[in-house]
Design a protein around this ligand. Structure first.
Ligand SMILES: C[S@@+](CC[C@H](N)C(=O)[O-])C[C@H]1O[C@@H](n2cnc3c(N)ncnc32)[C@H](O)[C@@H]1O
Length: 448
């Protein structure tokens, strides 16, 4: 059987990533070289799937392999690709998954590994024929006797992370969270400003996209089917009042931005979802400066501003820890800072593997530095709006508690119409069915 170039391209992409290449960059480069939309979808599915299920597939290889420790990186990627086709790609017949993997193994590692790849994948195919996924699950640690090992391998997450989640949320919730992280998110849209939602929905329906209203965000729409990546760009180009934004993030932005007026600084603004959302919902009441350290990502803020017609008053490339502004000049500072992103792992198949336990304390220190600078920039009476897409207390409550103890002039501040106790909110993926998000409102008092 001749080797399919798309599978070879997927192998090369995964090989580059395994040698330190940046996931999104490697995948985008490979997709740019692939013309046919069906090929592009298959390529993306293979690269994403093998990355996401790394430890599930690794466990199968280690358990069924007689070459313990002897399976090199190149051949493990071939096996991951074969397993993903057998386990997750309904349209690929088993014989094609096995034969293509054997051809791929011969191409990338020489003929010597072909019989091994053939034997292992045939073994998995037989088990699937005999009893489907339940049969394969028997190869994994027992859910009841070793919950962390079961979640780490079967749900393919770092063990230290699932141990934390089991301690914090309990096993059932930790399992629900891991499952959620392995689902493909639906396209979630926000209708900006006061654009009429019904009209937007009619236009989307006419363009072939069915949507339902979000249950978390009043101006949110969730796609019922998933349009291909290229079509999303076209839909957005035709509909300037739409931005892609998760429904929990929309709800959090509404909560954070409630009642603010005057000069706003969006301190870590790129790619600009919240920037444009805040500008559109505060027209005539506030002006906004968008800042970020990353020049490349700031370009995305400009692009979204131009497309939507909602422009920041200024876009500034600077490190938020040394912001180029005088003391006490802003009425509100939004700090949606760099964090572990454990609330959005479903969107980043590689994100879970990049994290280390020490990432959390390192991020927390950086977030606290940014928050101190945010407070410096606030006028007395101004609002510090703190947000992360993390589920981890170090990056959330830990930073806020440190701030509150360091600065007696910072006090919790709920939106005017809310219960005064509601100055801090969080959204959990496995409970809310959306991205995980944490949001806090603090006011800098006039004088203490
Ligand atoms: C979670 S993202 C922000 C998302 C953005 N608020 C939105 O809604 O689209 C975090 C951003 O922080 C930026 N960043 C990281 N360190 C920074 C620093 N020291 N100063 C300013 N921006 C920083 C990153 O470049 C990244 O764009």
């Amino acid at each position: 059987m001749s080797l399919d170039p798309i599978r070879y391209q997927a192998w090369r992409t995964l090989s580059n990533i395994s040698k330190g290449g940046v996931f999104e960059h490697e995948l985008d480069t490979a997709l740019a070289r692939t013309a046919d939309p069906r090929d592009r979808r298959f390529l993306a599915e293979l690269v994403r799937g093998v990355t996401q299920w790394r430890d599930r597939y690794g466990h199968i290889v280690d358990t069924l392999s007689r070459r313990k420790g002897g399976t090199g990186r190149d051949v493990r990627i071939v096996l991951g690709l074969g397993l993903h086709q057998l386990l997750a790609c309904d349209r690929v017949p088993s014989y094609a998954a096995v034969d293509q993997s054997v051809s791929l193994a011969s191409r990338v590692t020489g003929r010597k590994t072909a019989p091994y790849v053939n034997g292992l994948l045939q073994n998995v195919a037989r088990r699937l024929d005999a009893g489907g996924m339940d049969e394969l699950r028997k190869l994994f640690p027992e859910r009841e006797t070793d919950p962390p090992a079961y979640l780490a391998s079967w749900q393919s997450h770092p063990r230290w992370l699932v141990e934390r989640w089991i301690d914090r949320f309990g096993f059932e919730s930790a399992e629900a969270l891991c499952r959620f992280n392995n689902l493909r998110p639906p396209l979630s849209l926000h209708v900006l400003g006061d654009a009429p939602i019904d009209t937007v929905v009619s236009r989307l329906t006419a363009a072939g996209l069915s949507v339902r209203p979000s249950s978390l965000a009043p101006r949110g729409l969730i796609a019922v089917t998933s349009p291909p990546r290229g079509e999303i760009a076209k839909l957005l180009a035709d509909e300037p009042s739409l931005v892609v934004q998760d429904e929990a993030v929309q709800a959090a932005t509404e909560f954070l931005g409630a009642g603010i007026t005057g000069r706003i600084l969006d301190m870590c603004a790129a790619p600009g979802g919240k920037t444009v959302h805040l500008i559109a919902s505060h027209q005539g009441k506030a002006t906004l400066t968008a800042m970020d350290r990353n020049h490349g990502r700031l370009r995305l803020v400009s692009e979204t501003a131009v497309r939507s017609g909602h422009h920041p008053d200024a876009i500034v490339a600077a490190d938020g820890r040394r912001a180029p502004f005088a003391d006490a000049v802003y009425d509100a500072v939004l700090l949606d800072g760099p964090c572990s992103g454990t609330g959005v792992l479903r969107r980043h198949p590689e994100g879970r593997w990049r994290l280390r336990p020490e990432s959390l304390t390192r991020n927390a220190a950086r977030l606290l530095d940014l928050a101190r600078e945010a407070r410096r920039l606030l006028k007395p009476g101004g609002l510090l709006l703190y947000a992360t897409c993390s589920l981890e207390p170090e990056e959330n409550e830990g930073v806020v508690d440190s701030l509150l103890s360091e600065y007696p002039d910072l006090t919790p501040c709920a939106p005017a119409d809310d219960d005064p106790g509601i100055w801090r909110r969080s959204w959990l993926p496995h409970q809310d069915g959306a991205d995980g998000f944490f949001a806090v409102r603090l006011r800098r008092e006039e004088s203490v």
